[in-house]
Design a protein around this ligand. Structure first.
Ligand SMILES: Nc1nc2c(c(=O)[nH]1)N[C@H]1C(S)=C(S)[C@@H](COP(=O)(O)OP(=O)(O)OC[C@H]3O[C@@H](n4cnc5c(N)ncnc54)[C@H](O)[C@@H]3O)O[C@H]1N2
Ligand code: MOO
Length: 392
C-alpha cells in the first residue's frame, strides 16, 4: 500500500459516514454544537425604533429647544403616543421612540426646569442615539447557516431571533481502546517493562472542547481474541478509536483483530510524519480510527483526523483544522518523503520548532502551541520564511 496524502485520507474518512441525525434541544444544550438547519429570525431586532441612551426623545429640527416634557417611555412599558411640535418625551435606554421624534438628547446634554427642557451642548443630528427597528436583523432573515457552530455569540443571536430550542446534530459517542501489553493505568506502579498509558487521557483532553461523549474502554492486551472482543464491545460507539498496534510488528494486532470483529478497513498508512501507521474503516455502524501508539503520533493524528471526524459527524460546515501562516524564527531542515507536522511554539520573533521532533518526545510536545506543516520534499527553510501553521 502506498502512502496516502493527508487531505485525501481526510476526505475518505468523511466519506465513510454522514453527519449524525438531528435533534431539537433547548438552546442551553446546543452550546458548542452545529446547527442541523438554517436558523431564520422569528422577529425583528430591535422590535421598534429604540433609544440607545437615557435622555429625551425630541425632533432634531427643534434643537436646542425649549421643549415641554409630556411623559415618558420605558423599556417594557406601553408604546408611547406620537409627540407633537415642541414636545419631548423622557426616555430610557431600550425604550421605544415615540412617532414624531427623530433624535435622543442625552440627559448629560440637557437642562431641565420642571417640564421645560433645553439642550446644553453639541448639535443634534437626525437619528442620533436611535436604533432603528430591524437594524440588527429583520424577521425572516437568515441568522445562521446549517453547519454553523453555536458559540456564545451565536447563542445570543439565536435567542434574540426568537428561538428557545434549535435543531443540532446528535453528540457523537466515542470509545477509546489503548492497546499494548506494556501499559498500566495512569498513576499505577510501573515495574520494569511497563509504562503509564497516556494516550486515552490525552485524547479525552483533546476532545474536551467538542460536544461528544467519551468512553474509555481501558487497556487491551496484545492478544487477538481480547482485542477482537474489545472491538465488538466498542460498537456501541459512533467512533471507535484505538491507539498502538497499528504498525507492522508481530504484536501489532489491531488490523487482524479489527478484521476478525467484522470490520472493513478503508485506508492504512498516511504520507505524514508523525502518524504514518494511521488507519480507518467501518465496523457495523461505527467508524474506526486506528491511531499509532507513540504519544506524539497519537496527538498529531488526533488533531488532524479524530477532531475533524467528530466535527464532521456533528454536522460542522468546516470540520478541518484552521490553518494560518507565520514567519519562522529559526531554520528548518529539508523534509523527506512524508509531510512533516512539526511541534512548534510561537514567540515574539516568529515560530520555533521544539527541540525534539521524535514521535515519543512528550516533554518537547508539551512546549508546543502549534504545528508547522511542511510538505514532503520541501527544501530547507530560513528565518523569516513564511510557513503554514495549525494552532493547537
Ligand atoms: N519496521 C517498522 N517499524 C515501525 C514502523 C514502520 O513503518 N516499520 N513505523 C513506526 C512508526 S512511524 C510508528 S508511529 C510506530 C507506531 O507503532 P504502533 O502504532 O504499532 O504502536 P506500538 O508499537 O503499540 O507503540 C509504539 C510506542 O508507543 C508506546 N505506546 C503505545 N500505546 C501507548 C499508550 N496508550 N500510552 C503511552 N505510550 C504508548 C509504546 O509503548 C511504544 O513505545 O511504529 C514504528 N515502527
Ligand atoms: O509516523 Mo511515526 O508516527 O513517525 O512515529
Amino acid at each position: 500500500m502506498s502512502l496516502l496524502p493527508v487531505a485525501e485520507a481526510q476526505a475518505r474518512l468523511f466519506a465513510l459516514a454522514e453527519p449524525l441525525s438531528a435533534e431539537t434541544v433547548p438552546i442551553g444544550e446546543a452550546v458548542g454544537r452545529w446547527l442541523a438547519q438554517d436558523l431564520i429570525a422569528l422577529r425583528d431586532q430591535p422590535w421598534a425604533d429604540l433609544s440607545a441612551m437615557d435622555g429625551y426623545a425630541v425632533r432634531a429640527a427643534e434643537y436646542p429647544g425649549p421643549w415641554r416634557v409630556t411623559g415618558e417611555s420605558t423599556a417594557g412599558g406601553a408604546t408611547p403616543a406620537p409627540i407633537s411640535a415642541g414636545a419631548a418625551l423622557r426616555i430610557f435606554t431600550g425604550a421605544p421612540v415615540p412617532p414624531g421624534a427623530d433624535a435622543i438628547l442625552i440627559q448629560e446634554n440637557a437642562t431641565r426646569d420642571g417640564d421645560l427642557l433645553m439642550a446644553s451642548a453639541d448639535p443634534l443630528p437626525v437619528g442620533r442615539h436611535i436604533r432603528a427597528r430591524a437594524s440588527d436583523f429583520a424577521r425572516e432573515t437568515l441568522l445562521l447557516d446549517s453547519g454553523a457552530r453555536l458559540g456564545a455569540a451565536q447563542v445570543a443571536l439565536a435567542v434574540l431571533g426568537g428561538h428557545g430550542r434549535v435543531a443540532v446534530h446528535r453528540r457523537p459517542r466515542l470509545a477509546l481502546l489503548s492497546t499494548g501489553n506494556e501499559l498500566v493505568p495512569p498513576g499505577a506502579d510501573t515495574p520494569p517493562g511497563m509504562l503509564p498509558s497516556s494516550n486515552a487521557p490525552m485524547l479525552a483532553a483533546l476532545l474536551a472542547d467538542l460536544p461528544c461523549d467519551v468512553m474509555d474502554l481501558g487497556i487491551v492486551s496484545d492478544d487477538l481474541d481480547a482485542m477482537t472482543a474489545a472491538f465488538v464491545r466498542a460498537t456501541q460507539a459512533d467512533i471507535i478509536v484505538s491507539t498502538g498496534g497499528a504498525s507492522v510488528g508481530d504484536h501489532d494486532l489491531v488490523r487482524p483483530a479489527f478484521a476478525a470483529a467484522g470490520g472493513t478497513l478503508d485506508f492504512w498508512k498516511i504520507r505524514m510524519r508523525p502518524g504514518k501507521p494511521l488507519m480507518a474503516g467501518t465496523l457495523d455502524k461505527s467508524l474506526f480510527l486506528g491511531l499509532p501508539g507513540n504519544p506524539v503520533s497519537a496527538f498529531v493524528t488526533g488533531a488532524l483526523f479524530l477532531l475533524p471526524l467528530v466535527r464532521h459527524l456533528s454536522g460542522a460546515g468546516r470540520p478541518l483544522p484552521f490553518l494560518t501562516d507565520a514567519a519562522l524564527a529559526s531554520p528548518l531542515p529539508a523534509t523527506g518523503d512524508r509531510d512533516d507536522y512539526l511541534r512548534a511554539w510561537r514567540g515574539i520573533d516568529g515560530v520555533v520548532s521544539v527541540t525534539s521532533q521524535d514521535s515519543a518526545a512528550t516533554a518537547a510536545m508539551a512546549k508546543a502551541d502549534c504545528l508547522i506543516l511542511r510538505p514532503a520534499q520541501s527544501p530547507p527553510a530560513q528565518p523569516g520564511d513564511r510557513v503554514t501553521i495549525l494552532p493547537l
